[in-house]
Design a protein. Structure first.
Length: 495
């Protein structure tokens, strides 16, 4: 603990964002370049080095947060990078994309603003790359065992890196033309520039991991054939089966799933397209769904030049402070948060009729109506109570030329045939069944990440990847020294 009084003398200071008017004109990350490093030492000083650090429990990776906070406060970037990478394969991803449940569990957060743990993490990760502290770590010897990992999202990549470093020969199969899963085509560039992903993939290639893109297991290669070719298989395909909105008018043209819309804008950034065929330019856009995917659609539509953008959230607007009775510390509270996209929408007044920023809270979609050509033109909604019952005389109509459904995901998409070809047992909620060792009902086949857990956070995805790697290593060799931060039945802290 470098400064015993740091939490009393230094106020919280977050990485500043670029001015709204500037950043909506490009697709670069929203933060001021170079503005984090000058403030991060003092922010790390705010860590109290608690005797029982609940930030450890709030983070499924078990990150050694007080240790690397202390090292950053002393400018010891090499040791900080070692501590950080000891528990997290990809801190440059989590430092940008994770909602930071660790900060909700910070002991300082009981009565003060939490330590800026997420900012410290991304500072360490970026400095590690800048200073050359992340060299490839190929294994000293090969085990002679082979593993196929299906899916190159955070779970699949974490599992592949751990297994490669343990000496196994690993091939990652990805159905898309580029690696990264939702990090590549679901996360907008303004949240994470893709060079961070490409840099990590090059490290993995140098370590010996093999990649097979444009290969859908179940279609381009048979699932049973793949199982016969490898000693073990890890299914990490994610939860890509999106939820629907079965209301009148859903069939109208211009009503799209968020994950039909977002990949196109990312492909424009990759140079595959000159412009998105679903571009929001000049359109009245309504986003149905109040989560992070909806916010990603919001920021994307703003940058594409939408005439207006409104986001509907079926839940009531949360308060600014934690409800200690319903969600006591150190659980992750549902409070009013202003993401970069919502800040942009508020300042640019993209939805003048919204309750706050671009959001209409406690809003439920009743139906869509369209024009004579069958294109959507209006969304009809009603205000609902906590039980989602319509409130009388609260009906409203919003202009809508483009409607984006961001309602979450239920489990893996079964259209590719992977699940059925292997004969995998499934849960009633649509996820893959597995036992306490991440094993499915098919010998040698393991399931991890959102495909088995259900839709979750990126830190849980990476933790699943690390844990399933330990399980596979044990299956192949009889024992394992790889860390297993979580079990398949572990869940976030709740009341």
């Amino acid at each position: 603990m470098a400064d015993p009084k740091g939490f009393m003398t230094t106020p919280r200071q977050d990485w500043p964002r670029r001015p709204v008017a500037e950043r909506v004109q490009d697709w670069d990350e929203v933060y001021v370049p170079g503005a984090l490093l000058p403030i991060i030492n003092k922010q790390a000083d705010r860590c109290m080095d608690c005797g029982i650090p609940f930030c450890h429990d709030a983070c499924p990776l078990g990150n050694l947060i007080p240790e690397w906070n202390d090292l950053v406060s002393r400018d010891d970037w090499r040791q900080a990078a070692d501590r950080l990478h000891a528990t997290n394969n990809f801190p440059e991803f989590t430092g940008r994309l994770c909602p930071a449940p660790c900060e909700a569990g910070c002991v300082l957060a009981i009565n003060q603003p939490a330590v800026t743990i997420k900012n410290v993490e991304v500072a360490i990760a970026d400095q590690a790359w800048e200073l050359g502290f992340t060299p490839p770590r190929p294994p000293d010897r090969l085990s002679g065992r082979t593993v196929a990992v299906i899916g190159s999202g955070p779970t699949g990549l974490a599992a592949a890196q751990q297994l490669t470093r343990a000496g196994h020969t690993v091939a990652v199969y990805e159905k898309d033309d580029r690696l990264g899963g939702l990090m590549r085509y679901g996360i907008p560039e303004f949240k994470m520039e893709k060079h961070h992903l490409d840099r990590r993939l090059e490290q993995m290639r140098a370590e010996g991991t093999k990649f097979r893109t444009s290969t859908a297991v179940g279609q381009d290669v048979g699932a049973a054939e793949l199982r016969a070719r490898y000693d073990a298989v890890v299914i990490a395909t994610g939860a890509t089966a999106w939820r629907e909105l079965p209301v009148p008018g859903r069939e109208l043209v211009g009503i799209q799933q968020a994950m039909e819309y977002l990949p196109l804008s990312n492909r424009v950034r990759e140079g595959d397209l000159e412009s998105s065929p679903m571009s929001a330019a000049g359109k009245h856009v309504v986003i149905v769904g109040g989560g992070d995917t909806g916010a990603d659609c919001l920021g994307t539509a703003v940058r594409e030049g939408a005439a207006s953008v409104t986001q509907l959230d079926i839940y009531a607007q949360p308060g600014a402070e934690r409800d200690e009775d319903a969600e006591p510390w150190p659980t992750y509270p549902k409070i009013y948060r202003l993401s970069a996209a919502h800040e942009e929408a508020r300042d640019l007044e993209t939805a003048p009729a919204a309750d706050a920023d671009a959001r209409l809270f406690a809003a439920s979609t009743l139906r869509f109506t369209g024009d004579e050509s069958g294109h959507v033109r209006s969304l009809h909604l009603v205000e609902v109570d906590a039980a989602r019952r319509p409130r009388p005389d609260t009906g409203r109509t919003l202009p809508a030329d483009l409607v984006l459904l961001a309602l979450g995901f239920s489990g893996p998409d079964r259209e590719d045939g992977l699940v059925d070809q292997l004969g995998l047992a499934m849960e009633t909620r649509g996820t893959i069944t597995r036992d306490a060792g991440f094993a499915t009902n098919v010998p040698g086949v393991f399931a991890a990440g959102d495909a088995a857990r259900g839709q979750s956070l990126i830190v849980w995805a990476i933790a699943e990847g690390r844990a399933v790697a330990a399980a596979v290593d044990r299956y192949l060799t009889g024992s394992s020294r790889l860390p297993a931060p979580i079990g398949p039945y572990d869940r976030p802290m709740t009341v």
